[in-house]
Design a protein around this ligand. Structure first.
Ligand code: BF8
Length: 633
């Protein structure tokens, strides 16, 4: 791991950790390095108790598991279980929001429907009548359509994919046998098929991986975002601040961490309502800041400041300035509870699935959202009372960052140039080469790559070559902290063509400067917004998404969710760079399938590259090939 390029925020936070003698993820990684080679290759099988079996595909050792399973079947089976983990997380998140929205419509949960425009636009997609009807009634019909998918046993196509996904791609998926019905049944089937003595055909297992990824994309991401937009409103562009310097010594600092805005929206609401109590406790105010994807959700809809991405979540606690870290689901390191114990920080878990020893558990249910959120904010004020006057270490580093690039917001900006045909200015600039193409740089922050600034270098290389970048998840935090979500970044890093386009768009949007070269589209579930954007451009051009000069990348893969999201882009025909390698390299057939043969199935391939400049070059070259196929120079 190189430290030559360590981002300044990491450098400052690690210095604090060292000063305080605190253990970090980097220390724990160093202690267990080198990591298990069998695990990295994917050829370790723990499916049954004759094992664990380990196959060294390159040496003279065993060539199959004890039951005879081949390395290809082993890596495919393991990959499918990772994909199930990702899809189950996103589908579970979506279902939670769905049930919350149903309770809101039934008057059982204290939220308002803020996304009326989204309700009406989805009604059109799903053929729900709107004339003369209350928005709530239209919304209820949409909720019922989504609920039907979770209960159906009729094997008819799932509503959210068959009515919501682009038709051309659906035809391809249907021909490949990838269309699905009830997502829960498919998750059950995938777990069944991967248990001992079932599917041992790597090709069949890999088709299951694609199918599970589709479920992730449409009943996970798209359903989740549609519901959240109906409930909480569609994001609009706003300017916020990012990095640890957004913590404020004199305020009650509440860090919202996780993924589900059903909790964090209420925390934000109660932080405003209890400001007087905080002032009475000696604070200037209550400062709600965002960590990981819940941070992105709050930032997209309310301009809340972004404090940290995933691999910094334990480090910001070491400032001693976080009064409460309130978490919901996913990507919560158990270590956070141990770090919080060393300070006055209240580390509060809220979901029954996320129980962590030494955390304070305050069960959050939407029906009692107000009471629990009030109690949580009061716990933060009490923690501030205990901390007040004690020294804290807050590195004074923060950057400006523009967020809130929903498709609706992007179309709104473009409409200022061409109200009749908003997508046309983009298409014209792709055709004339000002925009070489598009890259979605998404996913996690990995301590295996952070100290080399993998993501920042990749993004800078792409925008210098006139590639417009969209981002989500922890990658969005990284880009924000590097100052890449600013008009200044366009001036400093963008190639001449991209700079010209973004300057015109920025002026049209009334910014008085260029739009940023990297557009923050939200949390990881908001990758569905990227799909919607691609679908709109493809539709306007009359081509399939896979034909667009577009490419994806997850340059610091950590979570199973990133695997299933990556798979959903492959199913659309969008090729994807990834680092580190998925755990398939021990299976030569599966490796070839993903890196070459998939091109003949969906039109996409996976490319592994650990070095940022080379990864960017591959992505630019891939875009060039797509341009050439469309007859563009
Ligand atoms: O869903 S980017 S580390 S926080 S998995 Fe997790 Fe990865 Fe961050 Fe958000 Ni996404």
């Amino acid at each position: 791991m190189t430290l030559l390029n360590q981002p300044p925020v990491e450098a400052a936070l690690l210095q604090i950790a060292r000063k305080k003698g605190m253990d970090t993820g980097r220390d724990r990684l160093a202690e267990m390095s080198p990591q298990c080679g069998f695990g990295e290759l994917g050829t370790c099988c723990r499916t049954c108790y004759m094992g664990p079996c380990r196959i060294d595909p390159f040496g003279d050792g065993p060539k199959t598991g004890i039951c005879g399973i081949t390395p290809d079947a082993m890596v495919a089976r393991n990959l499918l279980r990772e994909t199930v983990g990702g899809a189950a997380s996103h589908v579970g998140h979506a279902r939670h929001v769905l049930l919350t929205l149903r309770d809101v419509l039934d008057g059982k949960a204290p939220y308002e429907i803020k996304g009326e425009a989204k309700v009406l636009s989805l009604a059109k997609v799903f053929g729900v009548p709107t004339d003369g009807r209350e928005v709530k009634d239209v919304c209820r019909d949409l909720v019922d359509i989504a609920l039907e998918d979770f209960g159906r046993q009729d094997e008819l196509p799932n509503n959210w994919v068959s009515k919501r996904a682009p038709k051309g791609e659906q035809e391809m998926w249907a021909n490949l046998g990838l269309m699905y019905s009830n997502p829960h049944n498919e998750i059950e089937t995938a777990m069944h098929a991967t248990s001992m003595g079932n599917d041992a055909d790597p090709a069949s297992l890999m088709m299951r991986v694609l199918k599970m990824s589709l479920i992730d994309g449409w009943t996970g991401l798209a359903l989740c975002v549609d519901l959240q937009d109906m409930l909480f409103g569609v994001p609009e562009v706003s300017v916020t601040q990012a990095a640890v310097g957004v913590l404020d010594e004199k305020s009650v600092n509440v860090a919202a961490h996780g993924h589900n805005p059903v909790l964090s929206e209420k925390i934000l609401e109660w932080a405003f309502k209890l400001e007087d109590e905080a002032i009475a406790a000696g604070a200037d105010r209550i400062n709600v800041v965002g960590v990981c994807c819940t941070g992105n959700e709050l930032s997209m809809r309310h301009g809340v400041k972004l404090a940290a991405h995933n691999s910094q979540s334990e480090l910001i606690l070491m400032t001693g300035a976080v009064d409460a870290m309130v978490v919901d689901i996913q990507c919560i390191w158990p270590q956070l509870a141990q770090v919080a114990k060393c300070f006055d920080t209240a580390f509060i878990t809220t979901d029954p699935m996320v129980r962590i020893p030494d955390a304070r558990h305050m069960p959050f249910e939407p029906e009692h959202a107000d009471e629990t959120a009030r109690e949580i904010v009061r716990a933060a004020i009490a923690a501030f009372g205990a901390r007040k006057g004690k020294p804290v270490d807050i590195p004074q580093i923060s950057t400006s960052a523009m967020a809130g690039f929903s498709v609706e917001a992007i179309v709104g900006v473009l409409a200022k140039l061409n109200a009749e045909d908003p997508i046309k200015p983009v298409i014209d600039n792709v055709a004339n080469g000002n925009i070489h193409g598009f890259a979605g740089i998404v996913g996690c922050s990995s301590i295996r790559f952070r100290d080399g600034a993998m993501t920042e270098e990749l993004v800078k290389n792409l925008i210098a070559q006139d590639v417009l970048v969209v981002t989500t998840g922890c990658t969005a935090h990284i880009c924000a902290q590097a100052g890449l979500l600013t008009p200044e970044a366009t001036e400093r890093y963008a190639g001449p063509g991209l700079k010209a386009v973004l300057s015109v768009l920025g002026r049209a949007a009334g910014l008085g400067g260029a739009l940023p070269p990297v557009w923050h589209m939200g949390a990881c579930v908001d990758n569905s917004r990227i799909v919607d954007l691609l679908a709109a451009v493809a539709d306007r051009l009359g081509v399939k998404i896979g034909q667009l000069p577009a490419v994806g990348s997850a340059p610091e893969l950590v979570q199973e969710k990133a695997v299933s999201i990556g798979g959903s882009f492959l199913a659309l025909g969008v090729s994807t760079h990834i680092a580190p390698a998925p755990r398939i390299l021990g299976g030569p057939m599966v490796t070839k399938l993903l890196s070459e043969d998939l091109a003949d199935v969906t039109g996409a391939v996976v490319h592994v590259e650990l070095e940022a400049k080379r990864a960017a070059d591959w992505m630019v070259e891939h875009i060039s090939q797509k341009r050439a196929a469309l007859g563009l120079s």
